[in-house]
Design a protein around this ligand. Structure first.
Ligand SMILES: Cc1cc2nc3c(=O)[nH]c(=O)nc-3n(C[C@H](O)[C@H](O)[C@H](O)COP(=O)(O)O)c2cc1C
Length: 225
């Protein structure tokens, strides 16, 4: 096996997990994931990411507070949401949504059922841990871009250790509550959360895999030298 075979195997194995078992991840594995993920490049090597990880009762305290907030507050993310998902982006968004609803047996017209599935985000899909990912506001979109690379690497390093994960913008929607709950300073942007732990492999929410656009829609090679 060459390095690229190993890397491709991890890239293909990773998927967003939406049902976790309660078993905690050893702290040494969490530290290994964060250490590995921090090898990603960042502009000027600024390494803008910081990660707050919960264990045990801290996860339960946050889960309860988040569920309560999601039921009563309006979304107020630190980083603005996309204004729209036009064209192919909208089609992909709908497709992955329908894959999830089909997998868990929610009819497409069943609005309350879909809302209940959305609420699973705020229960952190029952994960034993959540990572809150934040970056300095002053670094703006490039700070967010560098941190996006860190988020991806976190999910890959986790996969390589047999640990499932899901990045969640839905959680970052309630940024004011997260700042207050964890005492994260206002000069940092809450970019997303990553719920993680061991996958409940038999749960229908984990039974589908998303597609990718063909290479011809992604790669534009100019010249033949
Ligand atoms: C920045 C980011 C935010 C995301 N937010 C959510 C979320 O709030 N809820 C959710 O169910 N999935 C979320 N996802 C997971 C995506 O839906 C998922 O990555 C995409 O559909 C591709 O599927 P895959 O990760 O299984 O390959 C997010 C992914 C990323 C990278």
């Amino acid at each position: 096996m060459t390095d690229i075979d190993v890397l491709e195997a991890v890239l293909h194995r990773r998927h967003s997990c939406r049902a976790f078992r309660p078993d905690p991840v050893p702290q040494a594995d969490i530290e290994r994931i964060v250490t590995a993920a921090a090898r990603v490049p960042s502009w000027c090597n600024a390494q803008p990411w910081q990660v707050l990880v919960t264990r045990g009762p801290e996860t339960e305290r946050f889960r309860a507070a988040l569920l309560e907030t999601a039921m009563s507050a309006e979304p107020q993310p630190d980083m603005p949401w996309p204004e729209s998902y036009p064209d192919a982006y909208g089609a992909r968004r709908r497709e992955c949504g329908f894959q999830l609803y089909d997998a868990v047996g929610i009819a497409r017209a069943d609005k309350p059922g879909r809302a209940a599935q959305t609420m699973r985000n705020y229960a952190l899909f029952d994960a034993p841990h959540v990572a809150i990912i934040h970056a300095p506001k002053v670094l703006g979109p490039y700070g967010a871009m560098d941190t996006g690379g860190f988020v991806t690497a976190f999910t890959l390093a986790a996969t390589a250790l047999g640990i499932a994960s899901i990045p969640q913008a839905a959680v970052a929607a309630f940024a004011p509550m997260i700042h207050a709950h964890f005492d994260i300073p206002e000069d940092r942007m809450i970019l997303c959360a990553i719920s993680f732990g061991y996958a409940d492999e038999d749960h229908p929410a984990n039974s589908f895999r998303t597609r990718r656009a063909p290479l011809s829609e992604v790669l534009d090679t100019r010249g033949d030298g």
